[in-house]
Design a protein. Sequence first.
Length: 174
Amino acid sequence: MEFKDLEEQRHQMNIARESIDYILSVINKNRLKKVLEIGCFNGYSALMFSTIAQEVKSIEIDKKAIQIAKNNFERYEVKNIQILEGDAKEVLSKLNEQFDVILIDAMKKEYKEYLILCLKLINKYGFIFADNTISHKEQMKDFFDYLESSNVQWKELNIGKKGNSISGLVEIKC
């Protein structure tokens, strides 16, 4: 399914097309079914995930963003996306299920906390992705310090152009 109008009206807060395409290829290649994203915004990435995943859950705190995303889901008649409303750290700490893929794309200074909470929610062979890791690196020092000192396998991918800069995507293999 194409989301032509959302693609044409890309917002700087949307994940870069190159990054979402990469994540979709990982989902497809590994036949992954269950996706969680932290940061819904207008629903663009959730809609993209919904085309190949069986179930998508998206966490969002902003009421206006939630309504915009819901309107987009209804417009495209997508039924396999659920928005979890509230502060991501609180929602993550209450979730008691496993996911194949998790995308972290919310408050950059909170990435470390999100990651720690996500590690208990990811399936054994799942993937966690963190967006904007080059463009916002200065806000994520504790996130990278944590990765460096952990046993988690990870790599930074130089994909995801935002204007003239590389947004960056970290892939964490669990």
